[in-house]
Design a protein around this ligand. Structure first.
Ligand SMILES: [Zn+2]
Ligand SMILES: [Zn+2]
Length: 70
């Protein structure tokens, strides 16, 4: 019984972490539009941010760039 409770709590926690990560990683509007067309945003500020692995905060992005799962 105790192990079931532990499992439920652990999975809820994992889901919460995944949700939080998804919420704090957001590309800028221009970057999202470029990505939709299979391109990379060419704004200097976005390119600089991307080099550091971040989304461009100047263009409304936030957090780290989400790496596509292989
Ligand atoms: Zn951009
Ligand atoms: Zn930018």
């Amino acid at each position: 019984m105790k192990s079931i409770v532990t499992f439920v709590v652990a999975s809820l926690f994992a889901a919460g972490v995944a949700f939080a990560a998804a919420e704090t990683s957001k590309p800028g509007k221009c970057c999202a539009a470029a990505a939709k067309e299979g391109k990379k945003c060419e704004h200097k500020c976005c390119v600089e941010a991307a080099k550091a692995g971040d989304n461009c905060t100047k263009c409304g992005g936030a957090g780290k760039i989400a790496k596509p799962a292989k």
